[in-house]
Design a protein around this ligand. Structure first.
Ligand SMILES: [Zn+2]
Length: 150
């Protein structure tokens, strides 16, 4: 029986939950994850995209699972072309989802300040983290763009 990458990866993860067809969430194996921070997406080609909302890189996630980048791709068809093996870490939709979450956080903090609610050090740390995540997304997006010109 031929197995697809998703069949190999899902049993290795904990708290796996299907969110919609082709998309799952699970605990990230690369950090001490309380809630499911890991998004797993199966593309129509069978290729898997992994994205940790806490910022773990795909290589760290794969290492924690004992897998390699090639495990994210379906076996090559005998007649097929060599698939594009550049490891894409997130889809545009996932990037926007993360941006939306971080933007909402900043808006909530701003509303709190407006209403005279004191922000504390953890709030400030979280806001700094939001800025860091957005900067990381920009780097990620420009890395993808640069690769496409190869
Ligand atoms: Zn993680």
């Amino acid at each position: 029986m031929r197995t697809t990458p998703i069949d190999n990866i899902l049993p290795l993860l904990s708290k796996v939950k299907q969110r919609q067809p082709g998309q799952w969430s699970a605990c990230c194996p690369a950090h001490d994850d309380k809630g499911p921070s890991l998004s797993i997406r199966e593309l129509p080609t069978g290729e898997i995209l992994l994205f940790c909302f806490s910022g773990c890189g795909a290589s760290a996630i794969l290492a924690a699972l004992g897998l390699d980048f090639k495990d994210l791709y379906p076996p090559r068809e005998p007649s097929g072309r060599e698939p594009n093996r550049y490891p894409r870490l997130l889809t545009a939709g996932q990037a926007l989802e993360l941006l939306e979450t971080e933007a909402r956080l900043v808006a909530v903090a701003a509303a709190n300040v407006l209403h005279g609610v004191m922000l504390h050090q953890p709030d400030l740390d979280r806001l700094t983290q939001a800025a860091g995540r957005i900067a990381w997304l920009r780097e990620e997006a420009s890395a993808l763009g640069a690769h496409r010109h190869d």
